[in-house]
Design a protein around this ligand. Structure first.
Ligand code: PRP
Length: 182
């Protein structure tokens, strides 16, 4: 495992502390998989739509924890660029190929920060006629009340800038198997 707390200098930034270890993340995702598996039936045509890039590891682990027939697709929406604060301007760079019509859709997000991404994307996906649309977020900073709160949340996260397990700062740190504060 990359020990960046000791080497400490990737991307010119220092990691402060591990907030969620690899084991803690793994165990919580197994629980979420059980909860999601219990919420749907085999005929629901479940579609998980992962929000790239941040959710790529979360989606990979979450789908393997769900014991139901399902399909996976992605969308890309970017708002941060190389800044630490959301610009609030969410751009859709890649749209899911799969039709959402009459499907049970779960939008999978790595972290809810300002909520701008979800507030923009939920109505956009809702307009495509899914039979249901829920949000599953690994981390939620609880800074705002969203128009649609995630049905499943892995952890209520601290307000620190978090990296690792898909989360980046200027594209660095995504590969860390744990989540750390910067
Ligand atoms: C980050 C993060 C979430 C979003 C949350 O994505 O991965 O998707 O911001 O912030 P918000 O609640 O303030 O909208 P980013 O736009 O940095 O793209 P990335 O997933 O490629 O890192």
């Amino acid at each position: 495992m990359p020990n960046l707390l000791e080497s400490n200098q990737l991307g010119g930034r220092k990691l402060q502390r591990v907030v969620y270890t690899e084991e803690v993340i793994h165990n919580r995702i197994q629980e979420m998989g059980v909860e999601i598996s219990a919420a749907y039936g085999p005929d629901d045509r479940l579609l998980l739509v992962g929000l790239l890039k941040g959710s790529f590891l979360f989606v990979a682990d979450l789908v393997r924890a769900i014991d139901l027939p399902l399909q996976v697709d992605f969308l890309v929406a970017a708002s941060y660029g190389a800044r630490k604060k959301s610009s609030g301007d969410v751009r859709l760079l890649y749209d899911p190929e799969a039709s959402l019509k009459d499907r049970a859709v779960i939008l999978v997000e790595d972290i809810v920060d300002s909520g701008a991404t979800l507030n923009r994307l939920v109505p956009l996906l809702e307009a495509r006629g899914p039979s249901s649309l829920e949000v599953c977020a690994l981390l939620h900073k609880r800074l705002v009340t969203l128009d649609r709160e995630p049905r499943w949340v892995g952890f209520d996260a601290p307000k620190d800038f978090l990296v690792g397990y898909g989360l980046d700062y200027a594209e660095n740190f995504r590969h860390l198997p744990y989540i750390a504060s910067l």
